[in-house]
Design a binder for this molecule. Sequence first.
Ligand SMILES: [Zn+2]
Length: 133
Amino acid sequence: MHDVTAAQGIARTVLEAAAERKAHRVECISIALGAMTMIDPDQLEFWLGQILRGTHAEGAEIEIEQRPLMVRCKECGWEGEAEVPEDPIYHLMPFAPSCPRCQSKSLAVLGGDECTVQSIRVRRAEAGAETDG
Ligand SMILES: [Zn+2]
């Protein structure tokens, strides 16, 4: 359900942006997906494809950029990439990383918890393709 919810949020963002720009068709959707989200990119792409059926974004190319989980330890100041375990249990419960240096669990997340639309490329009925950064 987690992946479906994320896909629904992304679909809403994409369709709103497409409507705003009076897009005839959405050609490409670029998504930033952080490791902390525990979302399987294949699942996300699958559900997006399902949800976008019958919309202007049907059949759009989906690019998923996976981002590592970056943290800073509030205890010792260690900063870097936290390891995210490949354990399905974390799809059901929140995952709490710990500092590899002092094992503290009070970490600030610097990045890697995002699941957002970075950009979309649309085509208007009367004009050519338009890219938005
Ligand atoms: Zn630490």
